[in-house]
Design a binder for this molecule. Structure first.
Ligand code: ADP
Ligand code: MG
Length: 700
């Protein structure tokens, strides 16, 4: 923004040194700009006043003109409260404070018997209406308050205690706005015209003191657009720069490996979505710039086959592929299934994990450096420094969008040119979230399940239904199916959860005794070999029930398992529930998911459970998850810095985000360097914005 807005707030009239230092320490407000962008978090329509006899219990927040006729402190210790009797010509009510300071009490005493305005949401108690913690001020004062919508600012307890009330916030903003003569434009005339935006100064005036909801909406739209637009511009420029910087191997042919497999060994017809994504990847890798692609596809959508086909294209061009999975079990499974698929082809696959023996490892190393191995499947062991390839051209990172993006960097050093990378995730991310976090990557989506899959039926059951559940499990086992029973394991309460798991295991072995039934158990306290052994027994069908903690969450594939029972389902997050459910429904049989919960659920838990019962669509579930938890929590704190929008919301303003992305794309298509005269305002603002972002990321 302009130099003027970089003025320290010390210079603002009416703000003394004590407030200055509080604004700095409490809210990080140092400059005019920081204050100006401390936007109201809500607005109150203060054009209407109520009479006390008009109050009903259904009244929302209202304001009443009246007088305080008396003040008293009532009750002892924790129940202690300050009660003001408040009256107008139509009746009486009470204003109540449970938290108050001596200063506040003295202040209220001064207001006795002069006209005041009380504002808040009325309650009824002992047949008297009351407002708990109302905002109050003298009628005299209120006359000087802004007309129209009344802005309410977020503040801190310390600031409030030091007298920085909402009115003071308003006064500071008014003072600031009166001092600003002009704010530099940061958008092009073209964009402003297209959206019919007001100029920036008007926009800031209207966001703080809107005269109507229409004015407010207009100001909000512009500010939200700016936030999304400059974020998207940054991501897109990063993407363009990346493509310039990272030359890579051009996979120019689709040759015998791919074609032979596709024509003779493909075990099923690809879904249209799989075909589309393979094409996207093929086109990408056919260019001499590094592919940087995120593949999103729900559990069971068939990402592995897409990965395999892409690896064959690499092989066709004489390059090796590294395929990294997050766990040993998964790496093993990918290795086995790929070996199966490729058994009749002249393609060599290797497996490298933490438990690969030194002897085998030596052989593997040789085959890798000689180029005999085409595809190396493994765990994190793959990115260790001593793993050398003859010519690594392609890196696939499975089930790890959170870390995958960082791990790409480690693969970059392993080829002559950085290998093309494909990060695959079965945790669908809402579109707008993906756009802001991974907007510099290309994103492919498999949004279709293979044909013939029956949607999993999900039901909600409680403890009293347990006998019925056991009966149901028995029928399913009689049909030859297998069952997962999952218990939560949450770190803070690990001991208790462990006990729940063991108690559960006991009751299940009692209900499903040998020799008719065999039950496996897998949990985090077991040794890796023991875990693997039990998992294998279940995978081979030697046991019918697998009791487990969430270790089976990611990727495990036992197509014959058709029932997923989740105990204490209310303790799981939505994406975890969805991941777990994805373990069933992999074969041709009708599959079931049973969510067991206690009787009384919180509203949040109820939403999670009923969402699961309503839909199987991972993207829809991810949207609900984002609404419940907010975008920051979904992704963890690490990445949430990018998501610190001042006014825009990834949940509520998805359309605006998509629009901003589109406008940024169009702009860069037309003027990739932002060198045209009409785009100079954008360029200048972006340079400043970008500098701040970079500084922020250094700190963060
Ligand atoms: P995910 O996307 O969760 O990694 P997988 O790649 O493990 O899914 O595939 C799940 C199952 O679906 C596997 O058994 C796989 O063989 C099968 N599968 C994949 N694509 C198809 C298809 N087009 N038609 C039928 N089955 C498929
Ligand atoms: Mg998978």
């Amino acid at each position: 923004m302009s130099k003027f807005l970089k003025t320290p707030i010390d210079y603002l009239k009416g703000v003394g040194p004590e407030r200055v230092s509080l604004l700095q320490s409490e809210l990080g407000i140092y400059h005019y700009e920081d204050l100006l962008t401390h936007f109201p978090f809500r607005y109150v329509d203060r054009s209407k006043y109520y009479k006390i006899n008009e109050i009903t219990l259904a009244s929302a927040e209202i304001q009443i003109i009246g007088k305080i006729t008396g003040l008293s402190e009532i009750g002892q210790s924790r129940g202690k409260r300050l009660v003001a009797r408040f009256a107008d010509e139509t009746g009486q009510m009470e204003l109540v404070w449970f938290k108050y300071t001596k200063w506040m009490k003295e202040n209220f005493e001064k207001m006795i018997n002069i006209p005041i305005v009380a504002y808040g949401k009325p309650n009824e108690f002992n047949r008297t209406f009351s407002i708990i913690h109302p905002e109050i001020e003298t009628l005299e004062n209120q006359k000087s308050a802004p007309q129209g919508l009344y802005p309410v600012y977020s503040s801190t307890e310390k600031l409030t205690k030091k007298g920085v009330s909402n009115r003071v916030w308003q006064k500071m903003q008014m003072q600031l706005l009166s001092e600003i003569k002009e704010i530099e434009e940061n958008l092009s005339d073209d964009i402003i015209l297209k959206f019919n935006f007001s100029d920036r100064l008007t926009t800031f005036r209207q966001i703080h003191f809107p005269k109507s909801t229409e004015e407010l909406k207009k100001a909000e739209d512009r500010l939200k657009f700016e936030e999304f637009f400059f974020l998207q511009l940054g991501l897109l420029i990063k993407k363009i720069n990346h493509q310039r910087k990272y030359k890579s191997n051009e996979f120019s042919v689709v040759g015998k490996y791919f074609n032979e497999f596709y024509e003779n060994h493909l075990p099923f017809e690809l879904t249209d979505a799989q075909k589309r994504v393979v094409k996207e990847i093929r086109t990408d890798m056919g260019r001499p710039v590094q592919m940087n692609r995120l593949l999103q596809g729900d559990v069971g959508s068939g990402k592995t086959m897409v990965a395999l086909l892409s690896a064959l294209i690499a092989a066709d061009n004489g390059f090796q592929t590294a395929f990294m999975a997050p766990t040993e079990i998964l790496a093993q499974q990918h290795f086995e299934s790929m070996k199966n698929y490729l058994s009749e082809m002249d393609i060599k696959i290797g497996l490298l994990t933490g438990s690969t023996k030194t002897k085998d490892r030596k052989i593997l190393d040789e085959k890798l450096t000689s180029g005999e191995i085409h595809i190396l499947v493994g765990t994190h062991a793959l990115i260790e420094d001593h793993v050398r390839f003859k010519n690594l051209g392609f890196a696939i990172i499975d089930e790890q969008h959170k870390f995958g993006v960082a791990q790409r960097a480690k693969f970059i050093r392993k080829g002559k040119f950085p290998p093309h990378t494909l990060v695959m995730t079965a945790t669908p991310i809402p579109r707008t979230l993906a756009m802001s976090l991974y907007g510099d990557l290309d994103i492919s989506v498999i949004d279709e399940l293979p044909a013939g899959r029956k949607p999993i039926m999900t039901v909600h059951r409680k403890d009293k239904d347990r006998l019925g559940l056991f009966g149901f499990i028995k029928t399913e086992i009689k049909k030859g199916r297998q069952i997962y029973i999952v218990y939560p394991l949450i770190e803070e309460s690990e001991k208790m959860d462990y006990k729940d798991l063991m108690d559960g295991y006991d009751s299940i072995t009692r209900a499903f005794p040998l020799p008719d039934y065999a039950v496996s158990i897998v949990h985090g306290r077991m040794k890796t070999e023991d875990k693997d052994f039990e998992m294998q027994r279940f995978a081979k069908g030697e046991t019918q029930i697998l009791v487990a903690t969430t270790v089976i969450e990611v990727g495990v594939n036992v197509p014959n398992a058709s029932v997923m029972v989740i105990e204490s389902a209310e303790k799981f997050g939505l994406s975890q529930l969805h991941q777990l459910r994805g373990r069933v429904g992999r074969g041709a049989e009708q599959s079931f998911c049973v969510l067991m919960t206690k009787d009384n659920l919180t509203e949040d838990a109820f939403t999670r459970i009923s969402t699961m019962c309503r839909t199987n669509d991972g993207f829809e579930i991810a949207e609900v998850d984002m609404q419940l938890r907010g975008p920051g929590d979904i992704m963890g704190t690490q990445q949430s810095g990018i998501l610190n929008f001042k006014i825009a919301s990834l949940v509520k303003d998805q359309k605006m985000m998509t629009t901003a992305r589109y406008i940024a794309e169009e702009l860069l298509k037309d003027d990739p360097e932002l060198s045209k005269p009409e785009n100079q305002k954008i360029k200048q603002h972006f340079a400043e914005y970008h500098k701040e972002k970079i500084e922020w990321s250094r700190i963060g």
